[in-house]
Design a protein around this ligand. Structure first.
Ligand code: HEC
Ligand code: HEC
Length: 305
């Protein structure tokens, strides 16, 4: 009897284990899903600037935003991520990657070797981008300088060091459904919603997160502690930006100047280096969308010591 129970328990453990393994299988986008087309490099640059790839991937301590040699040490509650090289260097960057491998990494968070990527790389937002925009982005990155620099491994304590565990995180928090335009809204609003929620990944910093690092949906855009550890990220719903006009928001995204005459600090300063490169139309569209976000209370900001 005990032996049979033992066998049943082992069997059950195997079934549960196999189910968990299957459920956490990294998703990919096949090359066959990407029909031949001529890339639009100008659009690829827009995707690069909207996506802020340089904020994390440009090698720190040099001015050139197009040298994507990696090496930035990003702190987080889960440990330190050393941002990889995504320049076209074949040995230390992504020079050998196929287009499908790149699209899979950016839109599904899966590396070419089939491992899950950590969501410190904001692919949960990039998954909302149009495949064509990400394909153009790949073509654009291919035109940038190849930088030889092997970024060190991440410094993550167990259990965060286990990439397979990211599969469980994805089950809970990763929704690869593409962005769908709202036909009741203007084309400008939809462009803004697309940029803010997709490539712009504004919610990744501007939302509080739960203990597992998932965005608290009910407080999306309502601000919270900086995920990189230092400082506070502003509430950009109308609770925080009620006094800002669309013009004020667009001007801020261009110059980093607030209506009070302060300049953007912390990680937002890096974001402005990217949004300042976008077209006036794209910044205006983001402003129109942000102005439409209903006021939402964010977590209480601790008193400054
Ligand atoms: C907030 C910081 C951040 C931003 C912004 C960011 N990345 Fe990353 N990216 C990372 C981190 C951290 C990793 C490492 C993830 C891992 O090892 O699991 C990464 C990994 C990658 C990888 C996989 C590289 C490899 O060797 O496995 C690619 C490709 C990539 N990013 C492309 C991009 C592109 C394209 C953009 C802009 C659209 C971008 N990233 C924006 C932080 C960022
Ligand atoms: C890497 C994290 C990060 C990302 C990504 C980010 N922000 Fe910010 N943002 C911040 C921080 C931090 C502040 C507060 C800056 C300060 O205190 O000077 C801020 C401030 C702002 C403000 C000013 C709010 C105020 O009341 O002063 C606006 C508007 C804003 N961000 C819009 C955006 C938009 C739009 C996007 C997407 C294109 C975005 N942010 C993406 C971190 C981020």
């Amino acid at each position: 009897m005990a032996k049979r129970l033992g066998i049943a328990l082992v069997f059950l453990a195997l079934v549960v284990g196999a189910a968990a393994w299957l459920l956490t299988t990294p998703a990919t986008i096949a090359a066959s899903a990407l029909p031949e087309r001529t890339p639009d490099l100008a659009n690829g640059k827009v995707a690069f600037d909207a996506g802020g790839c340089a904020s994390c991937h440009a090698t720190p301590g040099q001015e050139d935003r197009t040298r994507l040699g990696g090496g930035l040490a990003m702190t987080s509650p889960f440990g330190t991520f050393n941002v990889p090289n995504i320049s076209p260097d074949p040995a230390t960057g992504i020079g050998k990657w196929s287009e499908a491998e790149f699209v899979t990494a950016v839109m599904r968070g899966t590396a070419p070797d089939g491992a899950h990527l950590y969501p410190a790389f904001p692919y949960p937002s990039y998954a909302k981008a149009k495949v064509e925009d990400v394909r153009d982005l790949f073509a654009y990155i291919k035109t940038l300088p190849a930088v030889s620099n092997a970024a060190p491994a991440h410094e993550l304590p167990f259990p965060f060091s286990i990439r397979r565990g990211v599969g469980l995180w994805k089950l809970l928090f990763f929704d690869p459904k593409p962005f769908t335009p709202d036909p009741a809204q203007s084309a400008q609003w939809n462009r803004g919603a697309y940029l803010v929620n997709g490539l712009g990944h504004c919610a990744e910093c501007h939302s509080p997160r739960n203990a597992l690092g998932g965005i608290v949906d009910a407080q999306r855009f309502a601000g919270g502690p900086d995920p990189e550890g230092k400082g506070w990220v502003a509430n950009i719903t109308q609770k925080g930006l009620g006094d800002w006009s669309e013009k004020d928001i667009a001007y801020f995204l261009e110059t980093g100047m607030t209506p009070e005459g302060d300049s953007a600090g912390g990680s937002m300063a890096r974001v402005i280096r990217n949004t300042s490169q976008l077209s006036t139309q794209d910044r205006d569209a983001m402003a129109v969308y942000l102005k439409s976000l209903p006021p939402v209370d964010g977590p209480a900001r601790p008193a400054r010591k």
